[in-house]
Design a protein around this ligand. Structure first.
Ligand code: HEM
Length: 416
């Protein structure tokens, strides 16, 4: 307890191996304190559903300005690499507040038309179907490398309008970026990630310039047209910022949701069998996967003034870390929260996509990707199972939760 009456948990970092192996067990104990101070991260941590909801739905008290701020300040070498490509992203969307956020979010919403999203489902089905058939024929596979890492890149980049022939190159710049913003990347890792980020940023700016010169029918061109309508208010850099952030937002989040979700389904064999027996359960199973072991564990806000939350005064300018994954296991909100149940009625109330004015704009796309993959796998590989005895590894960080590998096997194919 500090002088202001706020409980403190020294050593809470979300980065040690025991925590990463089972964060939910740790959250269970932490929820005794709905709000506490974590000196190692210098954040106020919010653990329960009701308070997480309050933070997300009071944007005037809790600003989004810190959502993309690196937890570990980058070192001089990484900064130099980024400065060389003038890597500056003005707040426009994920880390912006009203009125700027309201306007840019509307631009994005209009560009993410239902027609564009519908057009992606056959792309996902064809591509994922092909990769699944390959894995099944081989008798084994790595869900992460074969499916979950490449799929969201393909869909996210196609949605934005990046040309198909560039997707392989773009993907090569996307691997293992999480530690840079949300973790404790060592200097050499920072340099590797900064180099990829710089390449991606340069590519995005060139692409925006092309779309401004010659708009076509894609999301990037819709944003380029906004620039042409109001050149001072929505600059090419603003367009590039939004595209860059969407490319990031659509990728690791969905990759991790796929691997975490499949792991849990295959670990709870009765739940997997329930989907094989009745695929109409898959839509709800997607929500339960996102609730039970979702891909975004924690998310940040900044207190705009001294704010009281659950009896604790959070001082103005303090960073607030809301534990979405802990809220998703709060027994006050979810009955038997530690049970994994694909038929759970309230599964969709999870916080994994956030809530309120910044609610994830890609949720329909992510839900579609997860649903299609589960439909394909349950139909084509009902005997799929996890390779026993494998060690699960996670990148230590305060936000993203996902396996770096998930080995599976298909006994029927192997026996044939
Ligand atoms: C399972 C996959 C995904 C998860 C768990 C996820 C989660 C989130 C979360 C937690 C936020 C922040 C909400 C807040 O600040 O209150 C967010 C924002 C956002 N996400 Fe997702 N996301 C996923 C997939 C996607 C996809 C596929 C896209 C596609 C483009 C996307 C685009 C966005 C955008 C544009 C925002 C910013 C919205 C705003 O600030 O108004 N996300 N997402």
């Amino acid at each position: 307890m500090d002088a202001a009456g706020c409980p403190a948990h020294a050593g809470f970092t979300m980065m040690d191996p025991e925590f990463l192996a089972d964060p939910y067990a740790v959250f269970q104990g932490l929820r005794d304190d709905p709000v506490f101070y974590a000196p190692d991260l210098d954040v106020y941590v919010v653990t329960r559903y009701a308070e997480v909801d309050a933070v997300l739905t009071r944007p005037e008290d809790f600003s989004s300005s810190v959502t993309l701020t690196p937890v570990t300040p980058p070192g001089p070498e990484a900064l130099e690499i980024l400065a060389a490509v003038d890597f500056y992203r003005p707040p426009n969307l994920i880390n912006a507040d009203a009125p700027r956020h309201t306007k840019v979010r509307r631009y994005v919403q209009e560009a993410m038309s239902p027609r564009r999203l519908r057009a992606l489902e056959p792309v996902v089905t064809d591509w994922a179907g092909g990769r699944i058939d390959e894995m099944v024929a081989r008798g084994h596979g790595d869900v992460f490398a074969d499916l979950a890492f490449p799929l969201p890149a393909l869909t996210g980049f196609s949605l934005l309008g990046f040309p198909a022939e560039d997707i392989e190159l773009l993907k090569s710049w996307c691997a293992n970026r999480v530690a840079f913003t949300y973790g404790r990347a060592a200097p050499d890792e920072q340099v590797r990630i900064a180099t990829s980020v710089a390449n991606f940023w340069r590519y995005t700016n060139d692409f925006v310039a092309q779309r401004i010169a010659e708009p076509v029918d894609d999301l990037a061109s819709d944003l380029a047209r906004r620039h042409l309508e109001e050149p001072e208010e929505f600059t090419p850099r603003d367009v590039a910022t939004v595209l860059f952030e969407m490319a990031v937002a659509s990728h690791e989040t969905t990759t991790n949701a796929l691997t975490n979700g499949l792991r849990r389904l295959l670990e709870h064999r009765d739940q997997w069998e329930a989907l094989v027996a009745d695929p109409s359960r898959i839509t709800n199973a997607v929500e339960e996967c996102l609730r039970f072991d979702g891909s975004v564990m924690g998310w940040r806000r900044r207190a705009t003034r001294d704010v009281e939350l659950a009896g604790v005064t959070i001082p103005a300018d303090a960073t607030v870390l809301i534990l979405l994954a802990s809220a998703n296991h709060d027994p006050e909100r979810f009955e038997r929260p530690e049970a994994f149940d694909v038929c759970r009625k309230e599964a969709r109330s999870h916080m994994t996509f956030g809530k309120g004015v910044h609610f994830c704009q890609g949720a329909p796309l992510a839900r579609m990707e997860l649903r299609v993959v589960l439909e394909l796998l349950t139909a084509r590989a009902p005997d799929m199972r996890i390779v026993p005895g494998q060690h699960y590894s996670f990148t230590p960080n305060i936000t993203m939760r996902g396996l770096n590998q998930l080995l599976v096997e298909f006994p029927a194919a192997a026996a044939a």
